[in-house]
Ligand binder design. Structure first.
Ligand SMILES: [Zn+2]
Length: 184
């Protein structure tokens, strides 16, 4: 029972998250833990029901992990999310996931407390945002112009065509997104 509830409570409308803070509170992450089981989740539209097999192995603090196995569409996944500890001032041990996603061939490895399933993999919010943005509005012209502000002036000249103006708007949108991300 307990196993299922951990997962179900954490579903939101369109994503699924695993929150270590909650696991810590529920005492699921004691060092030395080895547990395995199945989580079942329904979220978003009803077609997306995930059954996730997991192994949580915290026996060796230098080689701990959460292993996740699930299927999405015709693909099946099986990978480990490394886990590490830090020692908070008030004593005890705090566990973290290390984001297992790769962007441009490099493992993210960011230390995070919440893993999100978005698309096909669990990972940190940062990686998912980047992936989302790059598939949603990736336009090679935008990054070219951002590297060369003079080109922007050309887009907004007196005899600019409508396509140029639209492109300039895309660039501005991108700039705004980047500034917002820096602030948050
Ligand atoms: Zn990441």
């Amino acid at each position: 029972m307990g196993r299922h509830s951990v997962f179900k409570k954490q579903c939101t409308a369109d994503s699924l998250s695993l929150d270590l803070k909650r696991w810590n509170q529920e005492g699921l992450t004691k060092s030395g833990t080895l547990r395995s089981g199945v989580w079942q989740s329904e979220f978003g539209n009803r077609e997306r029901v995930y059954t996730v097999r997991y192994v949580l192995d915290l026996q060796d603090e230098t080689a701990s992990f959460l292993r996740l196995q699930y299927a999405s569409g015709k693909e099946s996944f099986d990978y480990r999310v490394p886990m590490v500890t830090t020692l908070p001032h008030f004593g005890g041990v705090r566990w973290w996931f290390c984001c297992p996603l790769r962007l441009n061939g490099r493992m993210c490895n960011r230390r995070i407390r919440v893993l999100y399933l978005s698309g096909r993999y669990f990972g940190c919010r940062h990686c998912h945002n980047l992936t989302y943005q790059s598939t949603q509005d990736w336009d090679p012209r935008v990054s070219r112009i951002m590297k060369n502000p003079e080109a922007m002036r050309g887009l907004l000249s007196e005899n600019a065509k409508i396509g140029d103006v639209l492109l300039a708007m895309k660039v501005l949108k991108k700039v705004r997104k980047l500034t917002e991300r820096r602030k948050s």
